[in-house]
Design a protein around this ligand. Structure first.
Ligand code: DCP
Ligand code: MG
Ligand code: MN
Length: 339
């Protein structure tokens, strides 16, 4: 999240957090959920400190920071580096893992299977691996998808979709979500919420899938369809690729089809960021509520592992601000939803 006005810039522990973040990313990549969570908790605890945490003892005094992490914090502050991180960066297995997991739709299981099969480069995959259509698009446009998308270009993609939608149905709306809505100067992809006053999911989906997406494909704006949702008829997402004639770079574009009644919950979900969403959902569950992309629900019974036992009753889904209000948190404008 370095691209949208890094909230750590003024924090005395920003350098420590930056390095811990890289370790967390590494552990997340190799599927070590336990360590990933431990690192994330330590980072958020450090973010709240007003002073530079210098020594193991100072670090240990902070709740949620254990012995091993405290030693790492001391090493980072003393040497401005972390040997454990440098080891992972030199590990050729991890480098290939990173390369392969950078392909659209490829997670740890697929990437490690390819490595076990002897593949080491994108060319290996291109020529020798058995790729799905989406994976092939991901490999062939690997460089394009790595490029950040300037804010003005994100807006242009949004306009093109909006114009095509208006022609098909003037009561529709397009809202650009994701990092763009948070005010980022560049984005990793283009996230579009598609909604319509009084429109149902089925109605909006059909409009897009049967009319607008084929048209935009014929016009040459949409280049490929990637994941288009699990059970196609009920899915609210469509992932694909779009490009402008200039610069012509292939961009990842995500549509989220949203019934008007669920707009507020969808806005929260699709604005993110993912860490902010996670903390809001955790807060809801602590208050015996449940928040997801469809709404905020009350009276949710949970078991000991916070797993839900009952669905609960919908209390709000259309109004973004009211969802914050009912959760008892002051409204946060999108620019302030980094974590
Ligand atoms: N999202 C989430 N949990 C995830 C993935 C996504 O809650 N695991 C939500 C929050 C994200 C939004 O969806 O902000 C859009 O997802 P993106 O992956 O497009 O992420 P961003 O738009 O935030 O960043 P980027 O600029 O990298 O696309
Ligand atoms: Mg995005
Ligand atoms: Mn996205």
């Amino acid at each position: 999240e370095k691209h949208d006005g890094d909230p750590n810039d003024n924090n005395p522990n920003s350098r420590t957090i930056e390095i811990l973040q890289q370790m967390a990313t590494y552990y997340d990549r190799i599927g070590d959920h336990w360590r990933t969570t431990a690192y994330r908790k330590a980072m958020s605890a450090l973010r709240k400190q007003k002073q530079l945490i210098r020594t193991k003892q100072e670090a240990l005094a902070i709740p949620l920071i254990g012995k091993r992490l405290a030693e790492k914090i001391e090493e980072i502050v003393a040497t401005d580096r972390l040997r454990r991180l440098e080891e992972t960066q030199k590990d050729p297995h991890d480098q290939v893992l990173q390369l392969f997991m950078g392909i659209y739709g490829v997670g740890y299981p697929t990437a490690s299977r390819w490595i076990a099969q002897g593949h080491r480069t994108l060319d290996d995959l291109r020529c020798k691996a058995d790729l799905t259509y989406s994976q092939r698009v991901g490999v062939d446009h690997y460089e394009d998808f790595l490029q950040r998308i300037p804010r003005a270009e994100v807006a242009k993609h949004g306009e093109i979709v909006q114009k095509a939608l208006e022609l098909a149905d003037p009561e529709t709306h397009v809202i650009i979500g994701g990092s763009y809505r948070r005010g980022a100067s560049d984005s990793g992809d283009i996230d579009l919420i598609i909604t319509k006053e009084a429109g149902t999911l089925e109605h909006i989906r059909t409009l897009l899938v049967d009319v607008v997406i084929p048209r935009l494909t014929d016009q040459g704006f949409l280049k490929a369809a990637l994941a288009t949702g699990g059970r196609a008829e009920t899915s609210s997402k469509w992932h694909g690729v779009s490009a402008l004639p200039e610069p012509g770079t292939w961009r990842r574009i995500d549509f989220l089809f949203v019934p008007w009644s669920e707009l507020g919950a969808a806005l929260i979900y699709f604005t993110g960021n993912d860490i902010f969403n996670r903390s809001l959902r955790l807060l809801a569950s602590r208050k015996k509520m449940r928040l997801n992309q469809h709404g905020l629900y009350a009276d949710v019974l949970r078991g000991r592992g916070r797993e839900k036992v009952t669905e609960g009753n919908l209390i709000e889904s259309h109004d973004e601000r009211r969802i914050f209000g009912i959760l008892g948190v002051p409204y946060r404008p999108p620019e302030h939803r980094q974590c």
